[in-house]
Design a protein around this ligand. Sequence first.
Ligand SMILES: [Zn+2]
Length: 235
Amino acid sequence: MKSSGRMAWVVGATLVAILFSSEGRAAGAGGSAARPPVIILKLDDVNVSTRGAPVSPRWLRVAEYIEKNKLKAGFGIICTSLEKDNQAYLRWIKELNGRGAIEFWFHGYDHAVHSVSGTRFNEFNGRSYEDQKQRFERSQRLAHEHLGFVFHAFGPGGGVGNGLFDANTIRVMAQQPEMRVWLYPQPLDEAGEKLQAQGKVVILDRVWAVNLESKPGLPDYQRLVDGYAKNPQRK
Ligand SMILES: [Zn+2]
């Protein structure tokens, strides 16, 4: 994937963020009008439901809405959910994946906060390279075994405010063969640019003015519209 004009904007909502990629924004010969940015809807925290349905009714509703309106979206899976013997859940994911409107991506093995000497860290922060690598590999194995596909995109899970990944995560992303896209959770920095320059991983940056994640379940439509309007040239 070429990343020259790529970039993105991201919004968040309930479980949601939106990445706007301008990959298709070709400056046509003769100065024709630029195409609008490609928008990627990023929804986090797919997990098994404890209440009988394959997943929570909110997921069922949002997936139905996306397919009915011919949108595309990415849903991030918490991979411990794939270890549970819940055939209806696994089938729901496989069927959606097979129909093509929704891509499932890697949102972490357990998405759990852990402690090191009394300090709490998010899943992909403060852990050894080996540990983080195993989290990716175990999750890819689970996906392959239970869903029949592997993940090509990654977005780390949060919980505490001291960082969503570290240098070891970058190393894993550089090496994990199937990983192609990083839904970057912070403004693009030097480390991200360096990783991207290696050519394997495309980093999707965000436009924070349109982020809706601060109020899960209460998307602020006006903020989205205003943020979008203020960033017409974002690439
Ligand atoms: Zn999450």
